[in-house]
Design a protein around this ligand. Sequence first.
Ligand code: IDP
Ligand code: MG
Length: 142
Amino acid sequence: MERTLSIIKPDAVAKGVIGKILDRFESNGLKIAATRKIQLSRMDAEAFYAVHAERPFFNDLVDFMISGPVVVTVLEGENAMQINRDLMGATNPKEAEPGTIRADFAENIDANAVHGSDSVANAAIEIAFFFSEKEISTTSEQ
Ligand code: IDP
Ligand code: MG
């Protein structure tokens, strides 16, 4: 069973749409294997987004990600990584397909509601950044 990491970013948490976003995942066949609301430190955000350290938007991205609490979630299911990316929509909400999370809940490319792992390999790294294996549990269909 494939796993991926989702982060509901500070803009969406502040808007009060945690439940609506988690519902998108559950309504589209993904299981919530672990979830937690946390305030990232600057060091956390810099480490998590280290791959973007050389990008011009890196400092703004870190400032935004620590501007309020986030919800980190492990999603599980067949093709979980790609299904989550499809549900998220394009990085720039103005380019996101109607009905995607970013089209429906995000304002702009800086405050774009959600993060999702972009490969299965990165998902494993990102999940381990926030969760120990014993905090993650598979839910089978009833
Ligand atoms: P993704 O979140 O769709 O995977 P990435 O390219 O991995 O997009 O970028 C990570 C995050 O950095 C984006 O979600 C967005 O918040 C921010 N970002 C990306 N490109 C830009 C940009 O051109 N200007 C400002 N922020 C950006
Ligand atoms: Mg990315």
